[in-house]
Design a protein around this ligand. Structure first.
Ligand code: AMP
Length: 176
């Protein structure tokens, strides 16, 4: 009865009132530090995309870098970094988005992607979806052939999927 998905789910730790009071933070470090769980996440995510012809995985700073780069390697794809402003060294394009308090910005190198790419955007967790929706808009400016979006876990009660345009292909392994 204990499937891969149950095992992964049980390995994620709840941290109450982090980073602010009232938030239950899903801490994936307890999943990543366990070799068997790390492998289960990697295998299950790779299986979802192995036939899609992914050429680039776009990982979001910083927790999206961990499984994002593993996935890129498993899929025979390259890895592209989305970072907070001022961190990438070469020419970048940026996208700003509204957060609960104030505005945030994400950046990607201007030569990171092109029209021949099939892109998989990866982050560890879908909460409100604000960050990844901004990354999606930014990636679309490169006019890749196709864009997929992937998370390890999703907080379904926040309805983050609702902010994406209809037809956006979103997958997550674990639902809370
Ligand atoms: P979002 O609200 O979807 O834009 O979330 C932004 C980022 O914050 C995501 O990359 C998540 O990794 C992280 N995040 C937001 N809420 C949580 C939470 N409750 N537990 C763990 N990570 C979270």
């Amino acid at each position: 009865m204990n499937t891969d998905i149950d095992k992964i789910k049980q390995s994620i730790r709840d941290i109450y009132d982090f980073p602010v009071k009232g938030i239950v933070f899903k801490d994936l470090t307890t999943a990543f530090k366990n070799a068997k769980i790390l492998n289960l996440i990697s295998t299950n995510l790779t299986n979802l995309y192995k036939d899609k012809g992914i050429t680039k995985v776009v990982g979001i700073e910083s927790r999206g870098f961990i499984m994002g780069s593993i996935l890129a390697n498993n899929l025979g794809a390259g890895f592209v970094l989305v970072r907070k402003p001022g961190k990438l060294p070469a020419d970048t394009i940026k996208e700003s988005y509204k957060k609960e308090y104030g505005i945030d910005t994400v950046e990607i190198h201007a030569d990171a992607l092109d029209e021949t790419d099939i892109v998989l955007i990866h982050d560890d967790l879908l909460a409100t979806g604000g960050t990844v929706a901004a990354v999606l808009n930014m990636v679309k400016r490169f006019h890749p052939k196709k864009i997929y979006i992937n998370f390890i876990a999703e907080l379904e009660f926040l309805k983050g999927r609702d902010i994406f345009p209809e037809g956006t292909e979103i997958e997550s392994l674990i639902k809370f």
